[in-house]
Design a protein around this ligand. Structure first.
Ligand code: MN
Length: 269
């Protein structure tokens, strides 16, 4: 592929197909996850706090983000500013309703920004909701979990397998609804024809292995079918948490000769 093979995400020769599904799971009474998937804004938020407060926080986060959808072209700073605004709104809402005090939420997502005169993906996260990127037969987690177990793994103190059963596995180290507000992590990279993104709450990633996630994404060309199947897998594995997935597929006119053998040019960390 030549460098001119760039996908221009916001032009007519690129088609974005999206599938999304959110499920309360098999154990919990309330679904405190929220998602948005419209206008080049795709995100999942996993709320926490008793008495449905988590749902309030996750809704505020995705609705604030949705406001960005109509404002193309965006800059990466717009995403950061928007997440700060979410944090302010969550704190304000919690302050005015005592029963929601202490509510918070994660958020992870993908949107389109313009840098250097060209469209780029902008992936962001706060907390342990995740964005994965699939291209050909390679899948990688773009986001870095803000969680106690991730820090312990990074420090070399526990293994990935040990993290799954660790007592601190549910403790996140950054969330929206805190004062001072969290700094989101942001990744900006150029688009690649044929790539797919999966955005999910930990109700998927705690129940289904990365390998099974990748196989499922590859099996289903239709993003909605992929989203439905991923939720089914999480439910079959126990469904101990709310589970939410958004699948974004990017198709271009040049997809015919994309057999996945081209190394991604994205700068993933
Ligand atoms: Mn969760």
């Amino acid at each position: 592929m030549s460098p001119t093979h760039y996908a221009s995400i916001t032009t007519a020769d690129t088609r974005i197909r999206v599938g999304a599904r959110s499920h309360v799971g098999r154990v919990r009474q309330l679904n405190e996850d929220s998602f948005v998937a419209e206008g080049y804004v795709y995100a999942v938020a996993d709320g926490m706090g008793g008495h449905a407060a988590g749902e309030v926080a996750s809704q505020i986060a995705v609705l604030t983000l949705r406001d960005l959808g109509g404002n193309h072209p965006l800059r990466p700073d717009d995403i950061v500013d928007n997440i700060r605004e979410s944090n302010r709104r969550i704190l304000k809402s919690a302050g005015s309703r005592p029963e929601t005090e202490g509510m918070g939420t994660t958020m992870a997502g993908v949107t389109v920004v313009r840098t250097g005169g060209a469209d780029h993906w902008c992936v962001f996260n706060v907390g342990d909701s995740r964005v994965y990127r699939l291209l050909g037969n390679r899948m990688s987690q773009v986001t870095h979990d803000h969680s106690e177990v991730r820090e312990l793994i990074d420090a070399g103190l526990i293994t990935v397998d040990e993290a799954k059963k660790h007592p601190l596995r549910n403790v996140i180290t950054r969330s929206l609804g805190t004062d001072p507000g969290p700094t989101p992590d942001v990744w900006v990279f150029p688009p690649c024809p044929g790539e797919r993104f999966l955005i999910c709450s930990d109700g998927l990633s705690n129940e289904v292995t990365d390998r099974d996630i990748m196989v499922t994404l590859r099996e289903h060309d239709d993003p909605q079918a992929a989203a439905d199947e991923l939720v089914e897998l999480a439910l079959k594995a126990g469904g101990r948490d709310n589970v939410t997935v958004v699948v974004v597929a990017v198709d271009t006119d040049q997809d015919d000769d994309d057999d996945g053998d081209t190394a991604p040019r994205a700068h993933l960390s």
